[in-house]
Design a protein around this ligand. Sequence first.
Ligand code: ZN
Length: 321
Amino acid sequence: MSSTSTDLPCVAGLHHVTAIAGDPDRSVAFYTGLLGLRLVKRTVNFDDPTAYHLYFGDGTGAPGTLLTFFYWGKHHSDALGRIGTGAAAALTLSIPRGARTFWEDRLAAARVATRREERLGDPLLSFSDPDGIPIELAESIDDRCPWNGTDVPMSQAITGLHTAPLLVRKAEATEVMLKAGLGMTRVAAEPGRTRWAAGAARPGNFVDVVVAGADTAAAAVGIGTVHHVALRAPDGDVQERLRGRLQSCGHAVSPLRDRQYFRSIYFREPGGVLAEIATDGPGFAVDECPTRLGTTLRLPPPFETQRDRIMAALPPLILNP
Ligand code: ZN
């Protein structure tokens, strides 16, 4: 049977977005205590085990709900980064319709300054996290079930990622990659921004291509910036087909990397943003009981023999969310 366009592999939405922060305790307090996400895994950066890698998400750490952070401490002399072209411009999360006022009040009580905006016709609240990472809460119709282990009412709670806003100088090459390489479709636009969806046009499936103003500098990797954006492949077979598709479109794709909770390939999209395609499985319960996610430091087998040395180099994480 001949291949048709319907046979083209397609990503299944966003998997996670990873940013760089400074202090892990402050970050845990903000994302769990204030934003009401669950800390679903505490581990180390597999490429630099002297630093924490923490994952926040819904109750199970489902793909599409995940924010992850690398922590750059004092050992990085050029620690502060800059938001700019060639990186995602914000962490954009989904909240229920009408929930903006709740978040405005809750953030004001925590002395976090917020700003009301409209985005493609929908209400949005923007603010910054303690490291200066821009955060956007976008109102939307979203049937995902949020984590219920906090004081945030379920009716107002963050349900997961909404979109990933890729800030680029020119949209065209990035849009070609989203369409031809990842199988996404264009679903909405406003001046300076086009919205693309993987499958159904709903929160968690979106990527926005945002064209930067002429005076916007290139992004500099460091604290306060988004490091990379990961898209979902349901399984390794689809991931391999996506690799082939991206390579046939001229993109250089990394070898497969085992990230313990998922398996990943990486490439740099034409606008400069580091992108990842991660499998849905095996998931966060692979090395921890689902009821105890995020409560102890988990290390993948290659690092387990060095646990004492790794733990001695890490700052203590005092919070117990
Ligand atoms: Zn990643």
